[in-house]
Ligand binder design. Sequence first.
Ligand code: DGL
Length: 274
Amino acid sequence: MASVKLDASQPIGLFDSGIGGLTVARAIRERLPKEKLIYFGDTAHLPYGDKSPDSIKYYSIRIAQFLLDSNCKMIVIACNTASALAYETVRDFVGKRALVVNVIDPVVTKIMAKPKLKRIGVIGTKGTIKSGIHAKKLVEANKNLEVHGLATPLLVPMIEEGFFNNKISYAVIDSYLSRPKLKKIDALILGCTHYPLIKKEIEAIYKGKVPLIDSGDEVAEYVYHLLKKDKLLNTSTKKPIHRFYISDYTEAFEKNTNFFFNEKIKLEEARIWK
Ligand code: DGL
């Protein structure tokens, strides 16, 4: 594929199954306030956690094409399920047309920098946990690590429905975290981009004794270094105007976006499947 000259003024594209990836967009906006963001939430196919790897690959490629058509210099797969099942497919499809980042490698790098951690827990969707991607990458990097993954499929619909910071969400999270697999862990990876929204509850359940590793900050730092290395950091002094697309519009999504991005945003429908 012919090499394409990327330019610092081009936007960063991000995608997720829904609005969970806005937690990653928020972290990137905070770390890199000059970058323009184009977000795509595939609400028509939410949740990704239960879909087959072939479907996730198909959706991811179509969305990557949408972000390329939107002139993005980088595509951040702001979803653990799509990162686990479709990262290589997207990277090969995009080639040199943009940089491609997943949300798992930056977390692995973070854990490698903390040699005291030995027993790591991971919570995520069925697709992410079934892929065993965290365990594979972590044990490949350090064979002394013990990785225990638990699928927590009730959490995404619960969060999407706005159920967090209340008694019901606390009880659901507590019942997952009290499983024997997650006992005596040194750290817990929040292996789904929705989970930063329930971080407070998880911290309360572990009484602050288990460090939580969520992808947002790690990915933002990773993106910063990658853009810097390739001289692609946007230095414009104009305030960037971000765009937020979803593939199936409902008012409920618009209402919830504020929590995820921590700012009022306007969702536009991109009819890529209709
Ligand atoms: N936020 C996504 C993730 O990180 C996916 C949730 C879903 O659609 O099941 O895995």
